[in-house]
Design a protein around this ligand. Structure first.
Ligand code: ADP
Length: 441
């Protein structure tokens, strides 16, 4: 491994943009001055280690940095949209001050834009600046392709109480433990696919469900209520994307829409949604945002799954292996995956099988390498609960206890071996199958 180290001197309001391959490890050290990574301040004379990341180290007042290791890209940029991002934060902060005085809800901010314009990075910055003001915002992640908080395929809401970790971002420990930046467990709903287009109906049901849970949290938690929520979205901006955005606005009672890096989307959002009590704001994309190809995205998704079971180099985990009888669990998936997605059907044609129909999956060799989501549902569908029958919608709307990975199938013995981050028998019996597969290296 290379130990080559390089010193960088940054003037005020400059940023060092770096890209690090998955195979490389790079250490970053702030020697003098102040600097931040997506809003989180760096401590002086501490080595931060990165691998498989693209990031910017920004300084408001100038700094000296040392990079040790091989970056695939490294350069200083002196033109950034950071002032406009900070001003946006300050405007939102004014609303929070007002919300605290009147004990009403703080801003509910939706960040929209195409893929790779910096939506997640801007969410991190706005959340970090809010946390730096000793507030406790809720981060809602509706980008099911990325899984910033937990696994890809999930919709999550995380009450943040601590600064976002510079190295690990929003953290990787998912539902088994509180994530970095959060003393509270995130709320996780399983959608099971990287694109909202695969099952728009299910996606919208889960968005509504998540919004209801966040609403309850805001009622109970004054600090979160006045701090408000920041909602990160997927990059879908066609007509399906517009319907999804409209649904999010309604479900979360959004009062600020930030449109990042897309003129037409901005003008459409103004035309469709701007009204008294709902402002639409346009912000420029940073020149540093990097487009991620499908190989990079796949690699990031695999890394997320691996981190869920094995942890990160900073906090390693050892997963537990458990043998499960086929008949002890109920494996379900939502909708019929063999049918064309709704958007691919000819106009006016209705799907025969409901997109939200629960389909029972028979365990077998096809489950090998699947990542299954463990539902918090107590009873399988159709069983009589004290309050009557468990309906499909209720079933789908249960949040998650965690995930398991199918590492071996013993079909003749009707058993399978699963990895789980928790020891012992897995108490929850309803498991969801999505499209998530992972071949352990
Ligand atoms: P989106 O959420 O819109 O898809 P992201 O915020 O995830 O976009 O940004 C895409 C990639 O670009 C990420 O890997 C992110 O870390 C990187 N990135 C964002 N802003 C910068 C910047 N100013 N300099 C360098 N890399 C950046």
């Amino acid at each position: 491994m290379t130990t080559e180290s390089k010193e960088w001197l940054l003037d005020e309001e400059n940023e060092l943009r770096i890209e690090i391959d998955f195979e490389a490890k790079v250490k970053l050290r702030l020697v003098t001055g102040t600097a931040e990574v997506f809003g989180t301040e760096l401590a002086q004379n501490i080595d931060y280690e990165f691998s498989g990341r693209k990031l910017a180290v920004f300084t408001w007042h100038g700094c000296k940095l040392i990079l040790q290791g091989q970056c695939s890209v490294e350069y200083i940029a002196n033109e950034t949209p950071m002032i406009s991002y900070l001003n946006t934060h300050l405007a939102l902060e004014q609303r929070r001050v007002l919300a605290s005085q009147k004990n009403i809800q703080g801003p509910r901010v939706l960040i929209v834009g195409p893929n790779d314009v910096g939506k997640t990075s801007l969410s991190k910055m706005l959340l970090s600046y809010t946390l730096r003001q000793s507030r406790q915002p809720i981060y809602v992640d509706l980008d099911c392709s990325e899984g910033s908080i937990t696994m890809p395929g999930c919709l999550t809401a995380t009450p943040l109480t601590e600064m976002i970790d510079v190295e690990e971002g929003f953290g990787s420990s998912a539902t088994s433990a509180p994530t970095a930046g959060s003393a509270v467990m995130p709320l996780v709903y399983y959608y099971g696919s990287p694109s909202p287009k695969d099952n728009v109906k299910l996606y919208n049901i889960l968005v509504s469900r998540l919004a209801q849970s966040v609403g309850r949290r805001l009622e109970e938690d004054e600090a979160a209520r006045t701090s408000g929520i920041i909602i990160d979205t997927n990059g879908l901006i066609d007509s399906t994307g517009y319907d999804i955005i409209a649904h999010c606005i309604k479900s979360f009672s959004v009062d600020v829409i930030i449109v990042l890096g897309h003129e037409r989307l901005y003008s459409d959002m103004v035309r469709l949604h701007q009204k008294p009590g709902l402002s639409v704001v346009k912000l420029a994309k940073s020149g540093g945002v990097v487009e991620r190809d499908s190989a990079f995205r796949r690699h990031t998704q695999n890394q997320k799954i691996k981190e869920y079971f094995y942890g990160t180099s900073k906090s390693e985990l050892a997963p537990y292996s458990t043998m499960v009888n086929y008949h002890d669990v109920e494996i379900l998936r939502v909708g019929d995956g063999n049918l064309a997605p709704t958007w691919a059907l000819p106009i006016g044609e209705e799907r025969l099988t409901s997109e939200t129909q629960l389909v029972k999956v028979d365990p077998g060799d096809h489950l090998l390498h699947s990542v299954l989501a463990v539902s918090n549902a107590e009873k399988p569908p159709g069983t009589t609960a004290p309050d009557g029958l468990t309906t499909e919608k209720e079933m789908i709307g249960n949040n998650l206890a965690g995930f398991v990975y199918v590492s071996e199938i013993h079909d003749a013995r009707k058993k399978m071996t699963v990895l789980s981050p928790c020891p012992g028998r897995i108490p929850k019996k309803v498991w969801w199958l999505g499209s998530l597969k992972w071949a352990e290296e």
